[in-house]
Design a protein around this ligand. Structure first.
Ligand SMILES: Cc1cc2nc3c(=O)[nH]c(=O)nc-3n(C[C@H](O)[C@H](O)[C@H](O)COP(=O)(O)O)c2cc1C
Length: 188
């Protein structure tokens, strides 16, 4: 089984929730990325201008892992600075990277300027062939179905055990199945 490290950045808690839930399912280690300058406005600006302050050293030893799972939010259609720095730093230190986001954009708008599709393209380009897959967990899926057209509510969604179910849970399980193929049955 591949040894997996999950590194996440989260400002309002959604990606932290997803990272910790996935870590429990995969029996993986998990750690928060700590940008050198962790001020929301500045990080947003750094993400926008594609410059960055870098992250503090992680506590886990990356050499002990085959697979790195990176996740964080999308802001203003950008691959955020902490994730960009992590891809640059670790892309050739592991066998493969999986990129996830718990984001505000929906599947139907993924190709629009603020959609996750462009961020995935950017992450793939930056990872130089090391990105195995990208998956989105749009927070709108945590809202009751009859309220999902209320775009103004999307930024207020906070993932929790109460609302992480249905399609979100199905996506998580699909990812777990992809990452941990069922062991072959022993020959009897
Ligand atoms: C300033 C700001 C800009 C955002 N821009 C986008 C965006 O362009 N595309 C998107 O999919 N989500 C966008 N979002 C939504 C976040 O990605 C989403 O709320 C995410 O789940 C937050 O993750 P966190 O709780 O881990 O910080 C934006 C959120 C904020 C606060």
């Amino acid at each position: 089984m591949k040894k997996t490290l999950i590194l996440y950045y989260s400002h309002s808690g959604n990606n932290r929730y997803l990272a910790e839930r996935l870590a429990r399912r995969l029996h993986a280690d998990v750690e928060a990325l700590r940008p050198r300058i962790d001020l929301f406005g500045l990080l947003l600006f750094f993400s926008w201008i594609r410059l960055s302050p870098g992250n503090r050293r992680i506590r886990h030893d990356i050499r002990a892992y085959d697979r790195l799972i990176l996740l964080g939010p999308i802001w203003a259609g950008q691959l955020i600075a902490p994730l960009r720095d992590a891809i640059r730093k670790f892309r050739h230190k592991v066998t493969e990277i999986v990129f996830l986001t718990c984001c505000g954009s929906k599947d139907e708008t993924k190709s629009e300027p603020f959609g996750y599709g462009r961020v995935f393209d950017r992450a793939r380009q930056l990872a130089q062939g090391q990105l195995r897959s990208c998956r989105a967990f749009p927070v709108v899926l945590a809202m009751p179905e009859d309220q999902r057209d209320r775009d103004e509510e999307i930024l207020n969604v906070r993932l929790s055990d109460e609302n992480f179910d249905g399609e979100l849970e199905a996506r998580l399980e699909e990812l777990v199945r992809e990452l941990e193929p069922i062991a072959e049955s022993p020959v009897v």
